[in-house]
Design a protein around this ligand. Structure first.
Ligand code: ZN
Length: 263
């Protein structure tokens, strides 16, 4: 499921670079602009909802616009879309100091792409683009936005559909300005009623940085006491060097856990 986070991250990168949806629809695709630093996208499943947050809220705004354009408004529709696209459209590789997007290259990759391109009857289908836009699942509703209002005040975020979480969380004193995606999700989680219980799965594109890890180490016991659990699965593909060797900038804001999850 971390593929959903990775897809949203890379889709935003492609659209930011292209200025339109050509990665899905080819020449003449609808134009979309925006996007931020594209550092990290994280998703959290909360009951029937799929929450999305980024380190940079500008990425979140762009991802929401992309899904609106694609008429994807439910987690099921998004997962189906990502599964249809992931092996064919996106590949990230390191070239010197830059990351670039490339089509399948090796025989194994081409074979995988060909397998992905067989229909149920074993016939071939066009792999140039995953699905015609008209064939994409139509959700019939739009993803919603949820703005964090620190410190854990304001209305509760939706627990169904796709929810894009933006805004600032209250940090501990002297902890800097950068606000990371998973801590935004954690702050939003503090607004969900205790009646929402069960396993909550968190996925992202990178390993947690040390600041986020310490925040989660502190928060999870409090969350678990309400029978909620968090399961962090970072993207661990060693072939993607950037995910392993990501330098953590100083000044990352640490969520004030005691304020959001009081004893
Ligand atoms: Zn972090």
């Amino acid at each position: 499921m971390n593929q959903v986070a990775l897809y949203l991250n890379l889709a935003a990168a492609r659209v930011k670079a292209d200025g339109d949806l050509r990665y899905l629809m080819g020449p003449g695709a609808p134009k979309i602009s925006g996007g931020g630093n594209l550092q990290e996208t994280q998703i959290l499943f909360v009951r029937d909802a799929l929450w999305v947050a980024n380190n940079d809220d500008a990425d979140t705004v762009l991802q929401k616009a992309i899904l609106e354009k694609l008429l994807i408004g439910t987690p099921e529709a998004l997962v189906e879309h990502v599964e249809a696209c992931q092996t064919r459209v996106f590949k990230r590789m390191k070239l010197g100091t830059k990351e670039i997007f490339v089509p399948p290259g090796s025989p194994a990759e081409i074979l995988l792409a060909e397998l992905a391109g067989l229909d149920d009857a074993g016939g071939k289908r066009d792999l140039a683009y995953p699905l015609a836009l008209g064939a994409l699942p139509v959700a019939g509703k739009k993803p919603v936005g949820y703005a964090l209002q620190p410190p854990g005040t304001g209305t509760a975020p939706a627990v169904s559909g796709i929810v894009f979480v933006t805004g600032n969380y209250e940090g501990t004193v002297g902890s800097g300005d950068n606000e990371h995606a998973e801590q935004k999700l954690l702050a939003a989680l503090s607004r969900v009623p205790d009646s929402v219980r069960g396993t909550l799965a968190l996925y992202g594109c990178k390993r947690q940085c040390s600041v986020c890890k310490s925040v989660f180490d502190k928060a999870i016991p409090k969350v678990a006491s309400s029978y909620r659990y968090l399961n962090c699965r970072a993207h661990d593909d060693p072939a993607i060097e950037n995910y392993q060797a990501q330098a953590h900038p100083s000044g990352i804001k640490a969520l004030d856990v005691d304020r959001y999850f009081p004893a």
